[in-house]
Design a protein around this ligand. Structure first.
Ligand SMILES: [Zn+2]
Length: 78
């Protein structure tokens, strides 16, 4: 059996990982002006507070990127 035929007979599904042992979803903010970023946190209020403080310290930095880290997993069906 070739590797190619093995692949043809398998079906894979990709879903967000909601198992109890999944890595947590985390949020962080990155400044779009200077690329500084907050720590990743499971509480999105933390990076939002960081962004407000960053603008306070750097009054010309008004734009940010929210980075959401979400765990996914694959399932193989035979
Ligand atoms: Zn900045």
């Amino acid at each position: 059996m070739s590797a190619r035929s093995v692949i043809r007979h398998e079906t894979w599904t990709l879903t967000p990982d909601r198992e109890p042992d999944a890595e947590p979803v985390t949020y962080s903010m990155e400044c779009a002006v200077c690329e500084a970023s907050s720590a990743a946190s499971v509480d999105f209020a933390d990076p939002q507070g960081w962004a407000l403080g960053h603008s306070g310290r750097n009054p010309s930095h008004h734009t940010f990127r929210e980075i959401i880290m979400r765990p996914w997993r694959t399932w193989r069906h035979l």
